[in-house]
Design a protein. Structure first.
Length: 499
């Protein structure tokens, strides 16, 4: 049968028998389902209006994808009065970035992989490119792991790339939470502070807590050190400051020279440094140096019959009488312990009537205070001029003066004059912190407050330590200031002077 004849026969089979000539046929060429088969894809179109009529299709060759009929497409059509139409297509599994499932090459639901959008933080990933933030850490999209060189303040850091448990300590002014966050080991109000000598931390160049190094005070005994200058003792032994000894080869403690002088070591030999005569073997400290016997060393030695006088080498000894014997004009802090001591070195009482102590300002060579005396001073008796609360032991006499009235010398000299107003003469004088050679005292005239050679510039009483200027030996007046007066660390108001 020819192809045309077969198609015509099929069409006749599709039309139902018609026994009502007045009924009109349904419009169109097909009233049943149409099925088209092409290879593995099948499309079905149906129009339903009751029970459809189905016509068997020709067999399709699985190898060629063609039916045994020469036509490539067989169509079966059924017609009903229902107007609904259904169309469907089947082609196996289909990948989509919007299907709500993780499939295909996606690394998480509808994201990641080469075809879908990058994933948000918290999604699964395989590579950085799977993530919107370009960071895949341990198969999860998220911020990159904090490091100490990423120029970002992150992780446990207290500031950018420093502080916290894992990064190096922070520098000055960077943020911190505790001392260990800082290179200085000092965290103040949340900020790393610069090393200081009072921060209770060993930092900077200190060799122990707040001491040692070039910036801080030397360290005490048994504290850390690197060099001798790190120690108050001047001895660094095995990394620790050693206790000062008189045989450690260093000038330390209160020694005036290496292993000699001071209160604990043997006196120094001639030529070595000293502060008072007691620092010297020869009991003679002149200009800060121990010297041998001389007529101006303030010591009765050699062939002298008195202190620096008499004998074959020195001038005759001076006269005795009322002298200025000791002066403490400057102390550490307030000058509440200052005093002027007078002594009767003669063998008879001295009437103090018409005697006065005059204070002189060397800056302008003028007097600034006059303290009148009265009464009688017995032979060998002391009189002390001091403020009201200063205790003077008996049998010494006391004259009250204003606290702090005695000037401290310093950049210009100051002086003290003991005068006899009735005799209109200068009885004794002392010029300190420099010479005052011409001052006009009312009722006396112009006088010099320097006896013989002026005091050396090193012989002063200053606020650096307790002490006084004193005649040594006690009461000695050879009319030579440089030999009569010494500095002593042991003030003795109303008692004999000691080195």
């Amino acid at each position: 049968m020819s192809t045309g004849t077969r198609r015509l026969a099929a069409l006749f089979l599709l039309f139902p028998a018609c026994n009502n000539d007045a009924q009109e046929p349904t419009e169109g060429l097909s009233t049943g389902p149409m099925i088209t088969s092409v290879g593995a894809t099948q499309t079905t179109t149906s129009t339903t209006s009751g029970e459809p009529t189905t016509t068997a299709e020709p067999t399709t060759d699985a190898t060629t994808g063609s039916s045994t009929d020469e036509s490539e497409t067989n169509t079966t059509t059924s017609t009903s009065t229902d107007a609904s139409t259904t169309t469907g297509t089947s082609s196996g599994a289909v990948e989509s970035c919007e299907d709500g499932e993780e499939n295909g090459s996606e690394t998480d639901v509808d994201c990641g992989g080469p075809a879908c959008p990058a994933c948000v933080d918290g999604s699964a990933c395989v590579a950085d490119t799977d993530c919107a933030g370009m960071s895949c850490v341990d198969a999860v999209c998220g911020p990159p792991a904090a490091t100490c060189d990423d120029a970002v303040h992150n992780g446990s850091e207290t500031d950018v790339d420093c502080g916290g448990a894992d990064c190096p300590a922070c520098g000055e002014s960077q943020a911190c939470a505790e001392a260990v966050d800082c290179a200085s080991q000092s965290c103040v109000d949340g900020s790393c502070a610069a090393p200081a000598c009072d921060d209770d931390v060993e930092n900077g160049e200190e060799t122990a807590v707040d001491c040692g190094g070039p910036e801080c005070e030397p360290c005490g005994d048994a504290l850390g050190c690197e060099v001798a200058d790190d120690c108050k003792s001047g001895v660094c032994d095995g990394g620790l400051c050693a206790i000062p000894l008189c045989n450690d080869g260093a000038k330390n403690g209160d020694e005036t020279d290496v292993d000699c002088g001071g209160a604990h070591c043997d006196p120094c030999d001639d030529g070595l440094a000293c502060e008072v005569d007691g620092d010297c073997v020869g009991d003679d400290c002149t200009g800060g140096i121990c010297v041998g016997a001389s007529c101006d060393d303030g010591v009765k030695n050699g062939g002298e019959t008195g202190v620096d006088c008499g004998g074959p080498d020195c001038a005759p000894c001076g006269t005795v009488g009322l002298v200025i014997n000791e002066v403490d004009y400057d102390q550490p802090g307030n000058d509440t312990a200052e005093f002027i001591e007078l002594l009767n070195t003669s063998g008879a009482p001295i009437d103090l009537s018409n005697h006065a102590v005059v204070l002189v300002n060397g800056a302008n060579n003028s007097t600034y205070a006059t303290i009148n005396l009265a009464g009688t001073l017995a032979a060998g008796q002391y009189l002390v001029l001091a403020h009201a609360n200063f205790v003077v032991p008996a049998p010494a006499l006391k004259v009250t003066i204003t606290s702090g009235i005695v000037q401290n010398g310093g950049t210009s000299p100051d002086g003290i004059a003991l005068v006899d107003k009735s005799a209109k003469k200068l009885v004794d004088a002392l010029s300190y912190d420099g010479p005052i050679t011409a001052v006009n005292i009312a009722g006396i005239g112009t006088v010099s407050l320097v006896e013989g050679t002026p005091l050396p510039s090193s012989v002063i009483d200053d606020a650096a330590s307790a002490g006084s200027l004193a005649r040594l030996p006690n009461g000695q007046d050879s009319n030579n200031a440089a030999s009569d007066w010494k500095f002593t660390k042991k003030p003795t108001p109303a008692a004999g002077n000691v080195p």
